[in-house]
Design a protein around this ligand. Structure first.
Ligand code: NI
Length: 135
């Protein structure tokens, strides 16, 4: 019983390490290639650097959250006004909604999405990063 309790405390202590976003963003420079920085309830917290235009795609069964940490991100959505996200702002793109992220200048974003979510959604191209690394 005591050992079990220690294990639980140990695991909790590990998972409660704080994450510094600025520091994490220094660890990679490639664009459109999300890194995983946290995991909870079947969801991943990811960081990505974006610049230029991504591709139109949707996610069949998953909602996707974009939070801008630095810069400006435009999310184009079919038949709707663009969503313009500044630093400190987020939007949730519901499942099934076709969207295309665009960034004139490099933007740093935090993504919150289920572990099964592929960043290119229903589209597989040479830009699809199948396996995303933890940092
Ligand atoms: Ni998406």
């Amino acid at each position: 019983m005591a050992r079990e309790a220690e294990c639980i405390v140990g695991w909790a202590a590990l998972s409660m390490e704080k994450v510094n976003l600025s520091q994490k963003f220094t660890l990679f420079n490639d664009l459109w290639s999300p890194r995983i920085v946290g995991e909870l309830n079947g969801q991943y917290v990811k960081l990505a650097k974006l610049k230029g235009e991504f591709l139109w795609h949707h996610h069949e069964a998953e909602d996707e959250m974009f939070l801008v940490v630095e810069g400006t991100l435009i999310i184009q959505v079919r038949d709707q006004d663009d969503i313009v996200l500044e630093r400190g702002e987020f939007a949730i793109i519901p499942r099934g909604v076709e969207h295309k992220p665009v960034a004139a200048e490099e933007v740093h974003v935090l993504l919150f999405e289920s572990q099964s979510t592929q960043h290119t959604g229903n589209v597989k191209t040479e830009r699809t990063v199948e396996k995303q690394d933890w940092i």
